[in-house]
Design a protein around this ligand. Structure first.
Ligand code: ASP
Ligand code: MG
Length: 438
C-alpha cells in the first residue's frame, strides 16, 4: 500500500492531469492512496479572493472567482469529451455556492472564512482527477479529506487529532480497500492541505501542507512508502532557480531532511517527516516528467548526508539589532523580554546572535507582524535594522564553493557550527535601509 502526492504543478493543465493519470495507472502493486493539491496557482488566487471578500470589494472578488472557475472549466473541457459529463455540473455547482457565499457579509473570523474558501481549490482539483480516472478506466473513489483528517479548530494552521484521524482513515479508506469483492488495485483520491473539525467545519493545515497530508495518511494507513511527485528530478542540494549545477541527493536520512526543511528548504513541508520517521516509512521524491527515474529517498539510511554541500536561500529577511537603553547586559532578563515579544507577535526567529550589549535577530519580514514588534521593542530598547536582506544556510559547508555564493554580496552576520554555516547578506547594490533609535 502506497501514498502518492501530486502538487499544484503536476495538475497545472489538461496534459499534466493526463500525465498524473498515466502515473497512477502504471502503479500495479496493491491499493494506492492519492493526495492532490489545488491546480497550479489556484490557492494564491483563492487567497486573493478571500482578501477582497473581506475588504468588501465584491466586484473584484467576483472577477477572481470567474477567473478561477473558467480556468477549471477550460481544463475540464479538454479532458472530458462528453459535454454533459457530470464534472461540468460539479464545477458549476461548486463555484455557484462560493458565489453565493461571498455575497454575504463575512463573519469576524478571517481564518475560518479563509479555510472555507481556499479549500475549494483542492475540492475541485480532486474531483476533476477522480472523474478523469473513471473516464480512463482506473477504479477509484473520491474521499472528502474533511472526514479523514480530523483537526482542532485552529483555522489555517490546524492541529491533527491523531487518534480520531487514524480511526476515520482506517474505517473509510482501509474499509473501502478491504471491501468484499473489491477490485484489484483500488485507488483512493483525496485532497491535500484540507482537514475538518469533529463538528464538520473545514480546516487547512498551512500553506504547502499537502505533503503533510500525505504523511498523515501514510502514518495512519501504515503505508509502505510515500512518493512525492515533483517537477524536479528529486531532492536537489539547492533550488535550481537559485543555483546552477545542482546535484541530486539520492539518499538522505530523516534527520538531515528535517534539518534542511527547518532551515527553509522548500522541497518538503517541515511537518511531513516526523510521522514518517515514527513508523520508518520511506519518502521518495520523484519527477513526474521522468517516472522511470529513481529520484531520491529519505529514510533511516544516510548515504548522501555528508556527500555534498546543500544551500538554502531565504530572501525578504529582516535583520534587527536590539540594544538595551540602560546598557544592561543581554542576559536572561532582557532575552526573555525580547523572546516573549517575538512569541506574542507569532514571529519565528531564523537566526540569532548576541554580544554583551546587543542582540541581533533575523526573521521573515511581515507587513502585519513586524510593525507592532518594533513599536513594542522600542519602548525599552534602541533598535536598528536592515530590511530586504537574505539568509543563506549552507549545510556541510566544507564542501561548498563559498566564494561563488558570496559574489556581489556583503556579509552582515555569520554563524558557524560543525555542519552548518549561516550568513545574513545584502546585495552590494542595496543600501542599509534603516537605522533607528540610536
Ligand atoms: N494548495 C496548497 C498551497 O498551495 C497546499 C499545497 O499545495 O501543498 O499551499
Ligand atoms: Mg502547492
Amino acid at each position: 500500500m502506497k501514498v502518492y502526492k501530486f502538487g499544484g504543478a503536476s495538475v497545472k493543465n489538461a496534459d499534466a492531469v493526463r500525465n498524473v493519470a498515466a502515473i497512477i495507472n502504471s502503479h500495479n502493486a496493491g491499493p494506492l492512496t492519492v493526495v492532490v493539491s489545488a491546480m497550479d496557482k489556484t490557492t494564491n488566487m483563492l487567497e486573493k479572493l478571500t482578501g477582497t471578500y473581506f475588504s468588501g470589494e465584491l466586484e473584484v472578488a467576483k472577477t477572481i472567482l470567474d477567473e478561477v472557475k473558467n480556468f477549471h472549466l477550460a481544463i475540464a473541457s479538454e479532458l472530458f469529451t462528453r459535454k454533459n459529463h457530470t464534472i461540468f455540473d460539479i464545477i458549476e455547482r461548486t463555484f455557484y455556492h462560493l458565489y453565493y457565499y461571498i455575497r454575504e457579509t463575512p463573519g469576524k473570523n478571517y481564518n475560518y472564512e479563509y479555510d472555507r474558501i481556499v479549500s475549494t481549490g483542492e475540492m475541485i482539483s480532486t474531483q476533476i482527477v477522480s472523474e478523469y480516472l473513471h473516464q480512463t478506466g482506473v477504479h477509484n473513489r473520491w474521499f472528502n479529506a474533511r472526514d479523514l483528517i480530523i483537526t482542532d479548530s485552529n483555522y489555517r494552521d490546524a492541529g491533527v487529532d491523531w487518534l480520531k484521524t487514524e480511526k476515520a482513515v482506517k474505517s473509510k479508506i482501509l474499509g473501502w480497500f478491504k471491501k468484499p469483492n473489491q477490485k484489484p488495485r483500488p485507488v483512493a483520491i483525496t485532497q491535500g492541505f484540507v482537514g475538518g473539525t469533529t463538528q464538520g467545519f473545514v480546516t487547512t493545515l498551512g500553506r504547502e501542507g499537502s505533503d503533510y497530508s500525505a504523511a498523515i495518511l501514510a502514518y495512519t494507513l501504515g503505508a509502505e512508502e510515500v512518493v512525492i511527485w515533483k517537477d524536479v528530478s528529486g531532492l536537489l542540494n539547492a533550488d535550481p532557480k537559485k543555483l546552477n549545477n545542482t546535484i541530486l541527493l539520492q539518499n538522505i536520512s530523516y534527520q538531515e531532511a528535517i534539518e534542511l526543511a527547518y532551515y527553509g528548504a522548500t522541497v518538503i513541508h517541515p511537518k511531513t517527516l516526523k510521522p514518517l520517521l515514527k513508523k520508518n516509512i520511506p519518502l521518495k521524491v520523484k519527477s513526474f516528467y521522468h517516472p522511470e527515474q529513481e529520484g531520491s529517498v529519505i529514510n533511516k539510511e544516510y548515504l548522501n548526508d555528508n556527500s555534498y554541500a546543500s544551500y538554502i536561500f531565504k530572501s525578504n529577511q529582516m535583520l534587527l539589532s536590539i540594544f538595551p537603553k540602560d546598557f544592561s547586559f543581554i542576559a536572561e532578563v532582557n532575552l526573555s523580554r525580547i523572546f516573549s515579544e517575538f512569541a506574542r507577535q507569532g514571529i519565528k526567529i531564523n537566526l540569532m546572535q548576541n554580544s554583551a550589549l546587543s542582540f541581533s535577530v533575523c526573521f521573515d519580514e511581515d507587513k502585519i507582524k513586524t510593525p507592532p514588534l518594533l513599536k513594542n521593542l522600542k519602548k525599552i530598547y534602541h533598535v536598528k535594522y536592515n530590511t530586504g536582506v537574505e539568509l543563506i544556510t549552507i549545510r556541510h559547508y566544507e564542501k561548498a564553493n563559498l566564494e561563488e555564493i558570496l559574489q556581489g554580496k556583503d556579509i552582515l552576520m555569520e554563524q558557524k557550527s560543525r555542519t552548518t554555516l549561516q550568513w545574513v547578506v545584502k546585495s552590494k547594490r542595496d543600501e542599509v535601509v534603516a537605522a533607528e533609535g540610536l
